[in-house]
Design a protein around this ligand. Structure first.
Ligand SMILES: NC(=O)c1ccc[n+]([C@@H]2O[C@H](COP(=O)([O-])OP(=O)(O)OC[C@H]3O[C@@H](n4cnc5c(N)ncnc54)[C@H](OP(=O)(O)O)[C@@H]3O)[C@@H](O)[C@H]2O)c1
Length: 262
């Protein structure tokens, strides 16, 4: 199946690390040109070189802290300067940490949304007018299962990811007349450094051994294994493609079947 992605201009935020990097790789293998963005410029350049080597595609990198609107604006401008336009935006930048609700004091609360949601919003705000001008666009927001399945210590992750789904649906309606399709993916327990950190954080919060937490979490997944980053990347590439031209406002689970809701 030809996904029709050859020559498309894509921006993948969070493209220096596992999930975002895998998304970039999937898009590159389909012939898209890809800008990756993250804060740490050294890690970003290492990822850019590796992606170029592995896929033979056109990869650019731009360091940006998406807690800054100035950086978000500059990132969209840099993508247009590199490729001439922007067809596909994949919002994947963010690292949301588990926390006890009462530890999120009045001072700390606004920062909860800076971990993920606000950066997505900033990129959307600057990317949408560009896509509107061309009458074609694909936006894929990386959410997470915490959006739909809440836990005792998942308030930050749950609220960020639930807001991302709500935003996805609203924008799907608002942007349909402009032929801009907006969808989300909902990954869960993808085998990443970040998951290792989450297991350690949960162990510290609960006082249970990390190995026990890992075993229990994996045993709850019907496919009995963690997901691979490329399994998220390929779903995102499909949603970004010409083959999903009647799909908007959807949220595609990439979770080994763990979500039980219909
Ligand atoms: N891994 C999973 O199992 C899983 C499950 C559900 C959902 N997700 C979602 O998938 C996405 C990526 O997850 P991941 O596991 O690959 O996370 P990760 O390893 O923590 O990577 C996060 C990426 O975002 C960048 N980033 C973080 N804060 C940023 C900021 N303020 N400005 C710009 N870039 C920023 C990081 O680079 P710098 O640190 O250099 O900025 C990195 O490239 C996130 O949205 C996450 O919530 C992951």
């Amino acid at each position: 199946m030809d996904l029709g992605l050859a020559g498309k201009a894509a921006l993948v935020t969070g493209g220096s690390r596992v999930v975002g990097r895998a998304v970039a790789a999937s898009l590159l293998r389909e012939g898209a040109r890809v800008m990756i963005a993250a804060r740490n410029s050294k890690r970003l350049e290492t990822a850019r070189e590796a992606l170029e080597r592995e896929t033979g595609g056109t990869v650019r990198a731009h360091a940006a802290n998406l807690e800054s609107d100035v950086d978000a604006r500059a990132l969209i401008d840099a993508t247009i300067a590199a490729f001439g336009h922007l067809d596909i935006l994949v919002n994947a930048a963010g690292t949301v940490n588990p926390a006890e609700f009462l530890s999120l004091t009045e001072d700390r609360w606004p920062a909860v949304f800076e971990q993920k949601l606000n950066g997505y919003v900033r990129c959307l705000r600057h990317a949408i007018p560009v896509m509107k001008g061309r009458g074609w666009g694909r936006i894929i927001n990386v959410s997470g299962l915490g959006a739909r399945e809440a836990g005792a210590r998942t308030v930050p992750v749950g609220l960020n990811n639930a807001a991302v789904l709500n935003l996805t649906k609203s924008l799907a309606h608002a942007l349909a007349p402009d032929n801009i399709l907006v969808n989300a993916v909902i990954p869960h327990i993808i085998d990443t450094d970040r998951q290792d950190e989450t297991m350690r954080e949960l162990a510290a919060l609960t006082g249970r051994p990390e190995a026990e937490i890992r075993k229990q979490r994996v045993s709850e997944i019907p496919l009995r294994r963690m997901g691979r980053p490329e399994e998220v990347g390929d779903v995102v590439a499909f949603l970004a493609s010409e083959r999903t031209s009647f799909v908007t406002g959807a949220a595609w689970h990439v979770d080994g079947g763990i979500a039980r809701g219909i």
